[in-house]
Design a protein around this ligand. Structure first.
Ligand SMILES: [Zn+2]
Length: 267
């Protein structure tokens, strides 16, 4: 099995205690995909690389990368933690979910430079104060392809039209224009604004995103649609997602700030 000592950039995905004083840390790297690193004596006081392996940390590392099995770390050249995320329980929950979703989408060891960049950009945007729900939705939409689901967002699955009102059909694997809504009585009845955003999310370049405002009603509908697509066709629900859902239930127990419109079904 080949093994190479290399310098690479990485992002901490998960940490697990191992044996008495060791730690296993999973990094998403820019060149080698996701790799599990064994850190000897990482839980002993004075471990000199500790700052490189905190949650929500990106860095430049030198280590020996094994094709199979565990890899090992030699040096942390540079590391920084997303501070706002690590100190805010809600942002923390969104970032954890987002990273675990990317983690589930790809096998370890498969180079995924695009997703390394996307994960880092997503965390930076959330850390900078962009709406974490929206940043998460964008990743959820763009990851569908990696999970083998490739909804047709561009236009009606039947005739390609995108100038009429559109709705999502699971049965047809994409959007249907109003003329073809009759084909699927279980179409999702997506709110027009949410439909517009879903189609935009499928193509938006996160690095070009600087601000975004989405109403609570639209965000709720985006959540409903993406939950259903993930439950029905992806079948992956990371543990971090359940925590996020639970947190939103606690929110709903607080008195409402404003009245929200309900998703409506219009035929
Ligand atoms: Zn049509």
């Amino acid at each position: 099995m080949s093994k190479e000592v290399a310098e690479f950039n990485g992002l901490v995905l998960a940490r697990h205690n191992y044996r008495e004083s060791d730690m296993l840390v999973k990094l998403m790297t820019d060149r080698f995909g996701k790799k599990m690193f064994m850190l000897h004596r990482a839980r002993k006081p004075g471990f000199r690389m500790a700052a490189g392996f905190l949650p929500f940390t990106v860095g430049t590392y030198v280590g020996s990368i094994n094709d199979n099995g565990l890899s090992f770390m030699t040096t942390v050249k540079d590391a920084s933690q997303f501070q706002t995320i690590s100190q805010d329980i809600e942002l923390n929950a969104y970032a954890t979910y987002l990273l675990s979703l990317i983690d589930e989408a790809f096998p370890d060891g498969e180079p995924i430079p695009r997703w390394y960049n996307q994960a880092q950009t997503s965390l930076k945007l959330i850390d900078d104060g962009l709406d974490p729900a929206v940043v998460t939705n964008i990743t959820e939409v763009q990851l569908l392809q990696a999970f083998g689901v490739q909804p047709e967002w561009r236009g009606c699955v039947i005739d390609g039209r995108n100038d009429l009102p559109l709705d999502y059909s699971e049965q047809y694997g994409g959007v249907l224009c109003r003329d073809h809504w009759y084909l699927d009585r279980y179409r999702f009845h997506v709110l027009p604004k949410a439909m517009y955003l879903l189609r935009w999310f499928s193509v938006v370049d996160l690095t070009q995103l600087h601000s975004i405002q989405v109403s609570e009603a639209t965000k709720k509908d985006l959540r409903r649609v993406l939950d259903r697509i993930y439950q029905d066709t992806v079948g992956v629900v990371p543990k971090a997602k359940r925590f996020l859902d639970q947190m939103h239930k606690w929110d709903q127990q607080l008195p409402p700030i404003s009245t929200e419109e309900k998703p409506q079904s219009t035929d």
